[in-house]
Write a protein of this length. Structure first.
Length: 257
C-alpha cells in the first residue's frame, strides 16, 4: 500500500500498478505520452516513482473518473501547479461524484429490499420489476451516468437499427485496416493512417450527442475501455492485447494531429 515515510519513499512501476489498480502497460503508456513520467531511474534504468509522482497519479485517476480524456487531463495538469488549492478543488469534485454514486447505491438497495419483501411474503416479483432492477444494476456497474446512457440510447434509436448495423460493419473494417498499420509499424502521422483515424472518429461521433454532452459520453466510453478492456475485449473477435495497442495507436495519431 502506498504511504509516505520520512526518508522519501520510492515505488517501482509494479507497486504503483498494484496500488492504483492499473496495469503496468497503462502506466508505461502514461509515460510515453508525458502524462506521468517517473521522476527517477535506477542505475539499470528501472522507473522509480516519488511522492510527487504519487500525487500526480492520484490527480490523473481522479480527473479520469470525473470524465476527462487523457488529452484534457494533460491540459489541466499543465495549467495548475498542483498546490493545496488545486488539490482541494479536485477532492471536492471527486467527493461530489462519490456522493451521487452513494445515492444510486441507496436507490438500488431500496429496490432489492422491496424484491426481498415480496419474496418473503410468498409473492414472486413480476418480470418488469426484475427488468427495472437489472437496469439499475447496469447503471451502477458502468462508467456512464444514467443521463449518458439515456443519451446514447436516444441516439441509437434516432439512427435506426439498419444504420447501427451498417456502422458496426464499417467499424470492423476500420479495425482490420488499422491493426495492419499497427503491426507494420506505420508512423502515426502517415496520411493513410490520418484518414483512417478521421473516419473512425466520424463514425464514433454519430453515436454521441453534439456539444459538451457528447464529449462527456465520449470520455466515459474511453474511460470504460481503459478500466475494463479485459472484460470488454472478450466480446470482440480480436485479441485484447492487439485492441489495446490499437487504442494507444489511435491516441498517438490524434496527438500527432
Amino acid at each position: 500500500m502506498i504511504g509516505k515515510d520520512d526518508a522519501g519513499r520510492r515505488w517501482s512501476i509494479g507497486e504503483m500498478a498494484r496500488a492504483s489498480g492499473m496495469t503496468v502497460r497503462a502506466l508505461r503508456h502514461y509515460d510515453e505520452i508525458g502524462l506521468l513520467s517517473a521522476d527517477e531511474r535506477t542505475a539499470s534504468g528501472h522507473r522509480r516513482y516519488t511522492e510527487h509522482d504519487v500525487r500526480r497519479l492520484y490527480r490523473v485517476r481522479a480527473l479520469r473518473a470525473l470524465g476527462l480524456s487523457l488529452e484534457e487531463i494533460a491540459v489541466v495538469l499543465a495549467d495548475s501547479a498542483g498546490d493545496l488549492a488545486a488539490m482541494r478543488d479536485l477532492l471536492t469534485a471527486q467527493l461530489r461524484g462519490l456522493e451521487a454514486h452513494a445515492v444510486r447505491i441507496q436507490q438500488l438497495t431500496h429496490r432489492l429490499h422491496g424484491l426481498l419483501e415480496q419474496i418473503d411474503g410468498a409473492s414472486m416479483p413480476d418480470p418488469d420489476q426484475f427488468m427495472t432492477t437489472l437496469e439499475m444494476i447496469s447503471v451502477f456497474e458502468t462508467s456512464f451516468t444514467t443521463e449518458q446512457r439515456e443519451q446514447l440510447a436516444r441516439r441509437r434509436t434516432a439512427l435506426g437499427p439498419e444504420a447501427v448495423e451498417a456502422a458496426k460493419t464499417k467499424w470492423a473494417g476500420l479495425v482490420e485496416e488499422l491493426l495492419r498499420h499497427v503491426q507494420d509499424g506505420t508512423p502515426v502521422d502517415d496520411p493513410q493512417v490520418k484518414a483512417l483515424v478521421g473516419r473512425w472518429d466520424a463514425l464514433a461521433s454519430g453515436f454521441h450527442s453534439d456539444g459538451e454532452d457528447g464529449e462527456r459520453t465520449k470520455a466515459a466510453a474511453r474511460r470504460t475501455w481503459e478500466e475494463s478492456s479485459e472484460e470488454i475485449g472478450r466480446s470482440l473477435p480480436w485479441p485484447v492485447d492487439r485492441m489495446r495497442d490499437l487504442v494507444h495507436y489511435l491516441e498517438r495519431a490524434r496527438q500527432a494531429g
